[in-house]
Design a protein around this ligand. Structure first.
Ligand code: ATP
Ligand code: MG
Length: 283
């Protein structure tokens, strides 16, 4: 399902003066079957931008279309249910999205809310838990007693269970160990390739983003500062540095070799490919 932002402004207090705008004249597209990264310094408006996609926040100007749904300044919260069944957001602070006493109720909530048939709810709950690498032992746990990484997995499972066409992850690697990150990469790849989802990932972790995204948007001063394929945007040391973001290690290495030795290795997202390139150059 495609998402289009057309001339979108957003401010929290409804004040439309330029200094109150968190987002200013945003024009972006997200297509299905692609993975997008959103980067930007703290407070640059990344979380605000993604909360506009399912109408939690409403633009102060411009228009957002999500498939056939339109979100405009005059849109009303009560008309958002069908939109929300298509957009699953795992929030930056998952504990803020929990309000049930058990993991089971939490995962089932979205499915019940969006009218999924009762006879498949239990199966889809367990399937979703499996995808995020958790067992049925978690079903009766209180979500608020889980570790941060486990909370993220439950929040993700609650989204996967109702099978939205768009999946948005806000800082998904926070609290995950290396294996957890690897598993997350595997899940996201499968969602893209097998299920043709539109996937948007907000993250400060550029090493992670490089491995998984196709396209990157840099949010800068409330607007899109850079947009391009992952190699072009994530290798731009000057602009990333200006925004307190580190270039992924593997791209920083290629940049360094270019600067010091004037050898153009090209950019890779896999270290083994880079090693092969180096061999080719030293042979
Ligand atoms: N509920 C709110 N009310 C008023 N202002 C807010 C609210 N939430 C965020 N802001 C402000 O909007 C701006 C953008 O915040 P946002 O959370 O979208 O940034 P972010 O890029 O996600 O930051 P981070 O990387 O720290 O998560 C910030 O200046 C922030 O202080
Ligand atoms: Mg944020």
């Amino acid at each position: 399902m495609e998402i289009k932002f057309k001339d979108v402004d957003f401010s929290y207090n409804g004040n439309t003066s330029i200094e109150n705008k968190v987002l200013n004249n945003i024009n972006i597209n997200f297509e299905s079957g692609k993975i997008y990264g959103i980067i930007g310094k703290s407070g640059s408006g990344k979380s605000s931008l993604i909360e506009l996609i399912n109408g939690i926040l409403i633009p102060t100007a411009g228009k957002i279309s999500v498939g056939k749904f339109k979100i405009e300044p005059k849109s009303k919260q009560k008309n958002m249910k069908q939109l929300r069944s298509n957009v699953g957001i795992v929030f930056q602070y998952p504990e803020e999205q929990f309000f049930c006493h058990t993991v089971k109720e939490e995962i089932e909530f979205g499915m019940r809310n969006f009218g999924i048939k009762t006879n498949v709810i239990s199966k889809q709950t367990i399937d979703a838990l499996k995808i995020v690498d958790l067992t049925e032992d978690y079903l009766e746990r209180d979500p608020l007693t889980l570790s941060h990484g486990e909370m993220r997995k439950i929040a993700f499972a609650s989204i996967l269970a109702y099978n939205p066409k768009i999946i948005v992850l806000d800082e998904p690697t926070v609290g995950l160990d290396d294996l957890g990150k690897k598993n997350l990469i595997k899940i996201i790849r499968k969602l893209k390739l097998r299920y043709d989802k539109t996937i948007i990932i907000v993250s400060h972790d550029t090493n992670f983003l490089l491995q998984i995204v196709d396209h990157v948007y840099l949010l800068e001063d409330g607007t899109i500062g850079l947009s391009g394929d992952k190699y072009t945007v994530l290798s731009n040391e000057e602009r990333l540095k200006k925004n307190n973001i580190l270039v992924p290690d593997i791209l920083a290495f290629s940049n360094l070799v270019m600067k010091k030795k004037n050898i153009k290795l090209g950019y890779r997202d896999d270290i083994n490919d880079l090693i092969k390139d180096i061999y080719r150059h030293v042979k």
